[in-house]
Design a protein around this ligand. Structure first.
Ligand code: AMP
Ligand code: MG
Length: 409
């Protein structure tokens, strides 16, 4: 059976990045940039003032103090967006933040260090040459690469895109991710429960939300019963997807039919079935499509297994398809606040932990029951603690690696 790392390698080695598409700037938030962004001009484009005050020649204000002010003649004006006059010896030009430095000026003295009387300005302090001047190109120069392809577009990136005049921008396409829910006992929301054995689906909607949160496009294809006709019918509708997720029906039970029918209907090539992880051991992974560019994940039905498998395997693959450079959730070291022990240590286990930050440390608290059918354990958790193969016990107070799936700590 493959280890967690081996399975992840197989998945990522078989995952291809999708093509590009052009979107309007206002639609680009949370997309992944598919082009390098190059500066169209220097920023600032010219020397300008960092303060409201007076543009002066340094030579003219040498030795100025409150007791011995330098007196200069006020001449013209430099305002933002304007073209200032040339500064002559003995003059001071009123200037505002962002306005161009007049030719001949080399220093800006802020208003607070001056006094104006009868058309003259009294300079009350000597400043160093160049004070309060923002230099041309000090942020970036024309031709500099400002943002590299593969970066997620956040509000600061939107700001840069606007400032380099990009009304549209290339981003990577979002994969269409189809979700098929299987199980004779599973009901969709709003379906009336008529038997005690029936289970209301959680996976359909938690997977939908996880896909959406990753930035891809979820599509609920349907609910299949555990019989060949129903499974095949649902699979027919999956043909337009880039990624197919099924939930349930991949264990070794007699009604676990998914693996066989994805081969038959979609010509899925199975790369592995079963990984030594807990929860989520029966995971199936395959590729399909003309160039094996489409992915298939047969996700086990247990609600926690479904969510965990998505976080550790499906999410990095979707991110790779969407052009991300960084594929994995952030991992931190935290101090475990309670003993953890287990009887078998033949699998990498992902335990649900609630991580809090206090006094410069992360503390991780295991929550309630850790069984893979206990979804409330996920609700109380923001991270998955990794217990490696051969580790039977982690003592309270020792460190544990935690894959965070929610950074609102
Ligand atoms: P399976 O993987 O089909 O053997 O299902 C394993 C367990 O997960 C069973 O107890 C199922 O009832 C449960 N299960 C399967 N699918 C879902 C679902 N969509 N929502 C909630 N529980 C499910
Ligand atoms: Mg089932």
């Amino acid at each position: 059976m493959l280890s967690y790392k081996e399975a992840l390698d197989v998945i990522l080695d078989n995952t291809k990045t999708l093509g590009k598409e052009k979107v309007f700037l206002n639609q680009a938030l949370d997309r992944v940039l598919a082009e390098d962004i190059v500066a169209d001009r220097d920023n600032p484009p010219a020397d300008n003032s960092g303060m409201d005050g007076f543009a002066v020649r340094y030579e003219d204000i040498v030795g100025a103090s409150e007791e011995n002010p330098v007196i200069l003649t006020i001449e013209g004006e430099s305002k933002a967006g304007g073209t200032p006059p040339k500064l002559q010896k003995g003059q001071a030009i009123p200037i505002y933040t962002g306005a161009l430095i007049p030719e001949g000026a080399d220093t800006v003295i802020q208003k607070e260090l001056t006094k104006v009387e009868n058309g003259k300005v009294y300079i009350l302090k000597e400043l160093k040459k160049g004070t309060n001047i923002r230099l041309q190109g000090e942020d970036y120069k024309k031709g500099d690469i400002l943002i590299k392809s593969g970066k997620k577009i956040r509000p600061p990136e939107i700001g840069i895109l606007a400032s380099v005049n990009k009304p549209t921008v290339y981003v990577y396409q979002k994969p269409k991710v189809g979700i098929i829910t299987t199980g004779d006992e599973i009901l969709d929301i709003a379906e009336p429960i008529t038997k005690q054995s029936q289970i209301r689906t959680s996976n359909t909607y938690s997977l939908y939300a996880q896909v959406l949160q990753t930035g891809a496009q979820p599509v609920i294809i349907g609910f299949a019963k555990d019989n060949p006709e129903s499974i095949k019918e649902n699979l027919e509708y999956a043909k337009n997807c880039d990624v197919l997720l099924t939930t349930g029906g991949v264990s070794v039970g007699e009604y676990d039919l998914v693996k066989d029918f994805v081969k038959e209907v979609l010509d899925v090539k199975i790369h592995f079935w079963k990984v030594s992880i807990k929860p989520g051991k029966p995971l199936v992974f395959g590729t399909w499509g003309k160039e094996n560019e489409k992915l298939f994940f047969g996700i086990p039905g247990n609600p926690v297994a479904s969510m965990v498998v998505f976080e550790i395997f499906v999410k990095p693959a979707l991110k790779k398809m969407m052009g991300y450079q960084k594929l994995h959730n952030p991992t931190i070291d935290a101090i475990l606040t309670e003993d953890f022990s287990r009887k078998a240590a033949d699998r990498t286990e992902f335990i649900r932990l609630n991580v809090e930050y206090s006094d410069g440390q992360f503390y991780a608290k295991p929550f309630g029951k850790q069984a893979s059918n206990i979804l409330t354990g996920m609700v109380n958790a923001n991270g998955l603690g990794i217990v490696d193969i051969d580790v039977y016990k982690i003592e309270k107070g020792s460190k544990i690696k935690v894959v965070m799936f929610d950074m609102d700590i």
